[in-house]
Design a protein around this ligand. Structure first.
Ligand code: SF4
Length: 362
């Protein structure tokens, strides 16, 4: 007989040991969907306050669909992976316009909405609507890789297929949503990346990695290329009234729609000052004089890291009246206190305390 996870044992464990997280108390498909989107790539403890604030501000799909993008982005600020937020907003507008404000309970219709991949579809449709669809996230991959002592690289096509097949044949008709949540919970709280607590595991009896005493050898990972690091030079162009110049990023792409200090990547062979002068000329048609360094901040994204250097700059008088950049992007002059009201990437935000004294004393 093919191996399968003992769903009864898993569910019995989950009923007693599963954490009572806010979204697990909800039957509202919109709230469940929101939690699943927020939880992608993000720790539960980080998500909880965001989820609660967001749901209070936008309690229904229609409330979110009707909200201004700037307000939604501001509520999401700091949670990262901003594409999730843009897609969620687009999806809710489709839910409002095409589905009368009700989240579709038919997987084929739901999966056609923006940002809904196979994981989100299976998670929401099983938890909110009881469809027997197995949701596979990183936690589930770890549990199954160990359960099968799977030699294939977990992220490879073959590895993913084996994991999916195992959960597909294990998920019960009754309580499929709880089964999915129990698998994720097991990975998050018991079958952890390091030092799994096999003594508390409800499926330990059939786990091959445990039997072989090789739990931490799984999942098998493919060798990673080192993550590249880029230097970025940004300008704090400050005018005498104590306001600093900011611009809005394009509506699509990395960190879409967020505000930032102008500037750009330092190219090979360029000094920071040269990079600043080039990018401010290209983005804003602006000649600046670099007055000195404000500070530096670092940030790690999923595929690269940045070190961001902020420089205090002065611009010519004439530019101070300009209201948009060369590509039509909105620009704005804001006082120190005004920065907090707008959505900025985390790395810009790390520079605020370093910049504040220059704004307050200019
Ligand atoms: S027995 Fe240990 S390694 Fe196997 S699934 Fe349970 S916690 Fe993970």
């Amino acid at each position: 007989m093919e191996r399968a996870i003992d769903a009864d044992a898993l569910l019995a464990w989950y009923d007693v040991s599963g954490r009572r997280l806010p979204w697990r108390l909800s039957k509202d498909p919109y709230a469940i969907w929101l939690s699943e989107v927020m939880l992608q790539q993000t720790q539960v403890t980080t998500v909880v306050p965001y989820y609660q604030r967001f749901l209070k501000a936008f309690p229904t799909a229609i409330a979110l669909a009707d909200a201004h993008e700037d307000r939604v982005l501001k509520m999401w600020e700091g949670l990262g992976y901003y594409n999730r937020c843009h897609n969620l907003l687009k999806a809710m507008r489709r839910v409002r316009d095409d589905h009368g404000g009700q989240v579709p309970g038919v997987p084929e219709i739901f999966s056609a909405l923006p940002g809904v991949g196979s994981y989100t579809c299976a998670a929401v449709q099983s938890i909110a609507f009881g469809h027997q669809m197995a949701a596979v996230d990183g936690n589930v991959i770890r549990v199954v890789s160990r359960f099968l002592a799977m030699e294939e690289v977990a992220a490879s096509a073959v590895g993913k297929r084996r994991v999916q097949q195992l959960v597909d044949r294990s998920i019960p008709r009754r309580r499929p949503g709880d089964f999915n949540q129990a698998m994720m919970e097991l990975g998050a709280t018991v079958c952890t990346p390091k030092h799994p607590a096999c003594g508390r595991c409800p499926i330990a009896e059939s786990c091959l990695a445990k039997k072989e005493g090789k739990q931490e050898a799984f999942p098998v990972k493919k060798r990673r290329n080192p993550v590249p690091t880029f230097d970025v030079a940004l300008a704090a162009v400050v005018r005498e009234s104590g306001e600093v110049l900011i611009q809005k990023r394009p509506a699509t792409g990395h960190l879409a729609g967020m505000w930032e200090f102008p500037g750009g990547k330092v190219l090979d062979g360029e000094s920071h000052e040269q990079a600043l002068c080039r990018s401010l000329h290209d983005e804003l048609g602006l000649a600046v004089e670099v007055k000195g360094a404000v500070g530096v901040a670092s940030h790690a994204y999923s595929h690269f890291k940045v070190r961001v250097f902020l420089y205090l700059c002065r611009a010519s008088e004439s530019f101070q009246k300009v209201r948009q950049g060369r590509k039509g992007q909105p620009v704005s002059w804001v006082v120190a206190g005004g920065l907090d009201a707008l959505a900025f990437p985390a790395v810009n935000r790390k520079l605020f305390p370093l910049l504040r004294p220059y704004l307050e004393h200019s």
